[in-house]
Design a binder for this molecule. Sequence first.
Ligand code: AMP
Ligand code: ZN
Length: 470
Amino acid sequence: MHLYNSLTRKKEEFIPREAGKVSMYTCGPTVYHYAHIGNLRSYIMEDTLEKYLRFTGLDVKRVMNITDVGHLTSDGDTGDDKMLKGAKREKKTVMEIAKFYTDAFFEDCKKLNIKTPDVVEPATSCIDEFIRVIESLIEKGFAYEAGGNIYFDTSKLEKYYVFNDFKEEDLAVGVREGVEEDGNKKNKADFVLWFTKSKFDDQELKWDSPWGIGYPGWHIECSCISMKHLGEYLDLHCGGIDNAFPHHTNEIAQSEAYLGHEWCNYWFHVLHLNTNSGKMSKSKGEFLTVSLLEEKGYNPLVYRYFCLLSHYRKSLVFTWENLDNAVTTFNKLIAKIKPVLSDRSGEIDSAEYDRLMKSFTDALDNDLNTSLAITAVYDVLKSKANSATKLALIEKFDEVLCLDLIKTAENAEAENTSADIPNEVLELVEQRKLARKEKNFALADEIRDKIAALGYEVKETRQGTEINKI
Ligand code: AMP
Ligand code: ZN
């Protein structure tokens, strides 16, 4: 497989350090609020990558952290801790917030068929590891104490700005942008490893350390959690593009300073999901979550499909119209699978199977081209292969795509042949679908009441519209 590596800025053959095995690390969510569907775009694409690596026969061990302390409102070293802000907003404790939103995150993942990584580790359970690594960084001369905090000294590195898609001067400005300069730092790019005396004194969670009572910085979490579970070498590190700087840059700085050798070979960054008005945010405008999609009647897997239709290295614009287009093409795809289900007889034609499989693997081998992989599903359906071959291929592709293609087609089949529903009800159901499509939710509710008056209940489910007798 060839993957674009942000570190070398080239598409490269992906060769894990140890034959047949992959160590993979993912920056997990900051659990101060629900994940928005932008965050989940990153997790969907990383999940697809993991599943494809497994599909090719590699044994993947994937680790993810849960950021429940240390991530400040700015990705640098300023602002309140996001967790504390969340706790204040909801008048709960930080740990209550962390538990609630960690569970909510995994529920969203489940709805999107995102597999839970092999190891999930909250930052608050690794404080001893952070302290040990920070102590070693101080000993090795890579970190210093100033004003009560411990800082990483970026001037000790030969090269700090490793993701040199950016200009060094721009990044230096980025560090300062909108941020009061921290007089303790020896160099502008230095970053905090451990906070004790900062202006964020009301931090709820604090731990004893050799430098006083305090809490870790965000970046040290990922280095330590990765090293704890995956050892000194990492094959593949993933995250959204905003993580490249400063977060991943700092992870590399401190990990390599600590280890004394190169740490991670491949860096996989997912470009952002944006709205028409720019970057998706949890605080501005409509807060787009999986629950909101469901409330509006969308099957969450259609959102997964929507993401797979675009390449992970291109920004993607979310609009309801774009999502509706994905619904239409998803339903068409399901409609094409339906007739194949009714005839499962026949032997698998291995020549056809291999030929069609090759177009799927060629697509994904080429820097995870998921949209071409979906075209490969259409190619299967258009091909002259018999139904057994088609079904076997679609089932196999869906180990990676995870769109529940066969199950959804089966359920759609059942829906069509179900109950003797009067035409009047069916017509109203169609009118209601149209009203929902046009976002006329008041009219949709009105029609639902009319349907109820005729003795039927209509419900949107993950598989589509369900009509039942009351
Ligand atoms: P956070 O919960 O803020 O730590 O972010 C979780 C993940 O979502 C990180 O990998 C971010 O890089 C990623 N992310 C944040 N915003 C977006 C976005 N609009 N589109 C795609 N990924 C995002
Ligand atoms: Zn991270």
